[in-house]
Design a protein around this ligand. Sequence first.
Ligand code: AR6
Length: 365
Amino acid sequence: MALQIAARVSRIRAIPCSTGGPLTRVPADVQSSGVKFKHILTPGSPQLGRGAATSAPRSHIYPDKLSTTTTLWRASRGSYSSIPQVKRGWLGTFAVGTALGVSTAVLVQSLHTGAFTAMALKVNLDSAVGDWKETKDFLLSLSVKDRRQYYRTASSVALNEIPVWTPTAGGPEPSRYGRNEKLDQKISVHDGDITKLEIDAIVNAANSTLLGGGGVDGAIHRAAGPMLKKECASLNGCETGEAKITCGYGLPAKYVIHTVGPIARGGVGEEQREALRSCYRNSLKMATENGARSVAFPCISTGIYGYPPEQAVHEALATVREYLDAHHDKLDRVIFCVFLPKDKELYLQNLPLYFPAEATVKSKL
Ligand code: AR6
């Protein structure tokens, strides 16, 4: 089959080029199928200039530079737009397939890839117009490299740029946990904007409507673009302590895990403590159930919801430590993303209590 295609493609190449225009090199039967090979950039197509790894070949793609198989493969990766507009693209794929004597299986495959190429042309993460499910399926099918061209931010921070925790001596208080060097390698404290992290999942400190708000929630929705709210609207809200997952859309993070922290303006009791622990536990569970191996948390509830940060840090660290003890094989990294200098200080001060330098208890790993 590959040989058949190669033979047909070489027939295309063998036609003398009389006028120099790209389509003059394509035989009449292929031209009449409606297939154009020239790259088409439509409004809402991914921005050029970003995602250097995939943007270079985006213009002037002619058949004499691509074999049919690589055209289909590239289309299936969603990275190149070498097949034309939505309607003509699918019909064209059929017509070319027939002309080339390609099997039904390949035609079905090419229809699928044609659909994804059409999707690549349609994706506009600045607009709320369009089907969030299609957009989500498309974005989740891409590799990180291919997804970069859809980021709505000019700067992002990759996982390998975030250092892991190096245990320090800590204060006089003894740790209840043992030294576990493998777990230390899975912990980071990062100060900065969570919306910039190019990791599998970031956690959102949302409210029970899941329809956006202020603080980190507002920042995540602004950075992801309006499709995020459309998907959130389909989730029927979220209870305090629970977690729900969506696509990250225009964010460098693949997923957003939305959790609702307890409101603690009236003080912290066991109910608030347990709810905050549930936020961390359920978010990690949601991550592992969806194959997300790197997760970043903001300091849930410690802003608008008024949970004292010096108390919240203990619930966060204890829950993550216990989850990692039980599920160390399912996660590569948990990042505490701190936004305020005092939160960074709190995490660095308290991490030795939960991820200590000394082996006081025998490691389970
Ligand atoms: N990156 C990382 N952390 C951030 C960012 C950011 N871009 N922006 C703020 N923070 P808050 P809550 C930190 O108020 O207390 C919303 O309206 C911030 O410094 O965002 O759980 C929701 O819709 C603080 O440490 O969340 C809810 O109605 C932490 O994020 C309500 O606020 C959490 O502060 C939730 O309140």
